[in-house]
Design a protein. Sequence first.
Length: 150
Amino acid sequence: MAQTLTRLLVHVIFSTKNRENIITPNIEPALFSYMGGICRECESPLLAASGMPDHVHLLVSLSKNLALSTLLQQVKKDSSKWIKTTGPEFGRFSWQDGYAAMSIGQSGLAACRTYIANQREHHATRTFKEELIEFLEKYEIEFDEGFLWT
């Protein structure tokens, strides 16, 4: 084949450092827009984004030229720097070191977008911890709960 053709859809979840409730509703649109710009620059379009005060969900179409770890390092580093410039209440803002990422098939795209868009509804009945463990178990991702929250 003369071309490299890909469609690598990834649902990514990561939290603020120590799961601090610092992402306010008034900063969310600008934060997700800024993250979208970083993803676009990395040739990895952001297809959906939402979250809660202590974590975010991103749906990304990963570039064929970039490792997921490189993309997330860029997104987290640059968005953290940016948010600190938006006001004194964000001066100590930081993301947690790790993340969870699950591949999504094209047939699961609509359901994933809906799930991400309905974060407030999901978290009316479950905590971030419950949600994350549910995803890890669903995707059979091995984890040590002792290190999951550090």
